[in-house]
Design a protein around this ligand. Sequence first.
Ligand SMILES: NC(=O)c1ccc[n+]([C@@H]2O[C@H](COP(=O)([O-])OP(=O)(O)OC[C@H]3O[C@@H](n4cnc5c(N)ncnc54)[C@H](O)[C@@H]3O)[C@@H](O)[C@H]2O)c1
Length: 391
Amino acid sequence: MVGYAFMGAAHSQAWRTVNRVYDLPARVRMAAICGRDAGKVADAADRLGWETYTTDWRELIARDDIDLVDVCTPGDSHAEITLAALAAGKHVLCEKPLANSVTEARAMTAAAATAQAAGIRSMCGFNYRRVPAVTMMQQMVAAGRLGTIRHVRAVYLQDWIVDPQFPLVWRLQKDKAGSGALGDIGAHIIDLTQFVTGQRISGVSAVTETFVKERPLPAGSSGLAATVDGSAPATGQVTVDDAAVFLARLDGGGLATYEASRFATGRKNALRVEINGSLGTLVFDLERLNELEFYDATRPAAEQGFSRILVTEGDHPYMSAWWPPGHIIGYEHSFTHQMRDLVEAVATGADPAPSFADALQVQLVLDAVERSARLGSAWTEVEPALAQVAV
Ligand SMILES: NC(=O)c1ccc[n+]([C@@H]2O[C@H](COP(=O)([O-])OP(=O)(O)OC[C@H]3O[C@@H](n4cnc5c(N)ncnc54)[C@H](O)[C@@H]3O)[C@@H](O)[C@H]2O)c1
């Protein structure tokens, strides 16, 4: 694994847990972790359960006893690490968004396709697909329970930079993060809705805004937390969006709206998706992640209404290995589910999802949103990641 902070900790917990919860055809050995600070990465290796550590990710890739590289660094190093790992014959799990640009994402997708021919697997870390209620939502849509999809309404809202004195962490710098709220949290709702509906976003009209354009430089940061060095009152430019709002068309004919913001005061990590179809509606809310709301318009008119499905039964997705019905799970379980599917795919020679091509499709939407916003919200088509073959 490369990176030992927020996602490093979340992924480590999942790697530690996966074989203890699920019966899998392979066992995970947590061989080595990499970070740039020797003292901190040594501490992280000990705390998170890794056998060894290094300060140079190239050493991980050079080792013969490492089969898979898990990339948990900011977006500016995803392409370099992933391309080197694939070229060395390592399976790769790369955090989202796949890259900082479409060009990088295309190169990574091409490298993954070449590696796949040699039995090497690649996956992008859109973990929310693996919340059982979200997986179930996808299964219900695929089974036709909503009929024809008319509307998708998706928001992902946070408020951790509302204070203008919050420092200029890497997530607020374009050269490190690629984009702001758009690529960080907007990418999740783009992937989630394309996954659940089975439809591609085919065009967008967008606005983006940077509300606070200059911030103090940070003394240190990890995940969404940071400290300011009061002795050095220097400031720097925010070079990414604070919020992105866009409307979209789905290639199956539906209309969709998306809102991603770090300025939604009071909203900590509020991801909510509602899908309206000709036969019903499904609603997912991350703050109540064990539940799915379902309106079934095929029921007799007198009995119609929203019902709450508690997604904790043994025959619900991923739940057979956890607790008795009604004993709820949380955020971190989505990562254990991600590792379960990845280990199973690697061990059985299957291709895990989301693939790099799926993640490139998200990257193409991010790019179209930025271009549309620059052009005064002009309608902007999103091309398919994979060339279509007419038959
Ligand atoms: N799936 C999710 O829900 C989710 C949530 C948060 C972040 N992410 C993604 O995970 C990635 C990391 O985000 P984070 O929140 O964990 O960031 P973070 O700031 O908490 O951690 C980044 C880590 O990367 C290390 N690092 C940076 N450059 C490095 C390099 N060149 N070599 C070795 N280590 C390096 C840092 O030392 C740190 O340990 C990003 O792509 C982010 O978008 C995904």
